[in-house]
Design a protein around this ligand. Structure first.
Ligand SMILES: *Cc1c(COP(=O)(O)O)cnc(C)c1O
Length: 463
């Protein structure tokens, strides 16, 4: 199994190299050269299997020779053992043909744990084999950072630096990043937006001397390993609802397009997904793009669903690569245009290809709060703001003949202020996080400047 870059010129890599590398050296993102498929019988056989078994069968074909079956099974078992629900990603019915997949039972209460917990173990396995050290730098709108820290804290061969936008993450999110005591964990509060954090991270990857000097590795959602791990719950949810003999749609609260792109992979593997619905907040570049073909960045407007406050949606590049029939040159041109003029126009053919897979919707701030309140009253479900956006769009767009699963991307207790403002109820933290507000914080405030960030990382990493 080989991986190719969406911009067509970086070297092809096997799975473990693509995972350790993160961003390709031509600035593109790694995708499998060919997507393996599962037969209808193989998909049918997944129904009722433990989550770990589904994870093994869905991901294994993508790994090639990078890890043995035994190694991989061991890491999957360890990755999900700490989840607080035996089903790992339980389904809950909200209304006729409306379902929620609860993806927040991992250690940091957001879906990011599904991928981070497994790739943390695969990273460690590969680094031990090589005797290498690496520096992981991640940019986060809140949840990736805590999930990465949880997965990598205390590892000898790894330093983790997390860039988050200063003052723009929830207090729970911030404390999850600033309270771990391990000295390989470094939280950096950047003076800027999430898009600035993500842009500086990309700049670091494109500074090859820095990249090689510190052994830079990325675990942002551009990391193929993360996308792959997220494919699994599409299979577990859809087979529970009758796939492959029944079509299923998914509605996905979307920011960087990693979670929903995993759905596109599931579909290409043979899962009968009817529509993948991109749910956005007021930062609706993806909804506008799918509606008009114009991908045009503007200001980020901070919202009560901060994990979706984004203008440059990195993984969309992977969807564009397929929509442009895997023409790396065409994608590189679009990305150059984005950099030089702040946007691009998707060709008519590519837009039609995107619309075959994706639909989209947008929810305002007021509607988000109203939906959180409505859900509590209607069926007793306390939703996080991101999930509320998904649930509303799923209901508004529902095709009554097709079950729709909304991905519940975070636990409501991660966003207590927004939930309390909408409902008057304060969602309690689960027991393992009860002391979060008492632990001392450790964080460095830092300028949104490449040289300053690189110097800080050089000097603070352990060698
Ligand atoms: C990360 C995140 C999202 C967005 O996921 P993408 O893969 O970036 O599209 C949505 N909701 C929550 C709670 C998140 O943590």
């Amino acid at each position: 199994m080989r991986y190719v870059s969406t911009r067509g010129t970086a070297p092809e890599l096997p799975f473990h190299e693509a995972m350790l590398t993160g961003l390709a050296r031509d600035g593109g993102l790694y995708v499998p050269a060919e997507v393996p498929t599962l037969s209808a019988d193989e998909i049918r056989d997944l129904a009722g299997q433990p989550y770990e078994e589904i994870a093994f069968r869905v991901m294994r074909p993508f790994l090639g020779d990078s890890f043995t079956d035994e190694e991989f099974r061991e890491d999957i078992a360890a990755a999900y053992a700490g989840f607080a629900h035996p089903a790992r990603a339980p389904l809950k019915q909200l209304a006729p043909n409306q379902f929620l997949a609860e993806l927040f039972h991992g250690p940091t209460l957001a879906f990011k744990d599904f991928a981070m917990q497994i790739i943390g173990r695969l990273f460690q396995r590969e680094l031990t084999r090589r005797g290498n050290r690496i520096t992981i730098v991640g940019a986060t709108s809140g949840d990736t950072g805590s999930a990465a820290i949880e997965a990598f804290r205390g590892l000898d061969a790894v330093d983790v630096f997390i860039l988050y936008p200063h003052g723009r993450v929830s207090e729970v999110q911030r404390r999850q990043m600033t309270t771990p005591v391990e000295d390989n964990v470094h939280a950096l509060a950047v003076h800027g937006h999430f898009d600035d954090c993500q842009a500086r991270l990309k700049d670091m990857f494109n500074d090859f001397s820095f990249r090689d000097e510190v052994g830079l590795a990325g675990v942002n959602s551009i990391n193929w390993g993360r996308v792959l791990a997220q494919v699994v719950y599409y299979f577990s949810a859809a087979t529970t609802l009758g796939a492959p003999d029944r079509k299923v749609s998914f509605c996905v609260p979307t920011g960087n397009f990693g979670d929903i792109f995993a759905g596109q992979i599931a579909k290409r593997m043979g899962l009968p997904i009817d529509k993948l619905v991109v749910a956005t907040n007021q930062n609706d570049i993806l909804h506008r793009c799918l509606s008009t073909g114009e991908y045009r960045t503007s200001q980020v407007h901070p919202s009560i669903s901060p994990s979706m406050d984004i203008q440059v949606s990195s993984n969309f590049e992977r969807a564009l690569f397929d929509a442009y029939d895997r023409d790396g040159n065409a994608v590189a041109q679009l990305m150059d245009e984005l950099k030089s003029s702040g946007g691009f126009t998707v060709s008519q053919g590519a837009l039609e290809a995107l619309r075959e897979t994706y639909a989209s919707g947008r929810v305002s701030e007021d509607e988000t709060s109203a939906e959180i309140a409505f859900s509590l009253k209607d069926n007793g479900e306390l939703l996080c703001p991101h999930t509320a956006i998904g649930v509303k769009i799923a209901r508004d767009m529902a095709d009554p003949s097709v079950p729709t699963v909304t991905l519940a991307t975070a636990h409501p207790a991660k966003f207590p202020a927004a939930v309390e403002a909408a409902t008057g109820e304060h969602p309690p933290l689960p027991p393992h996080m009860e002391t979060l507000y008492e632990r001392p914080e450790r964080v460095t405030e830092i300028a949104n400047d490449l040289a300053t960030l690189e110097t800080h990382i050089r000097e603070s990493r352990r060698t």
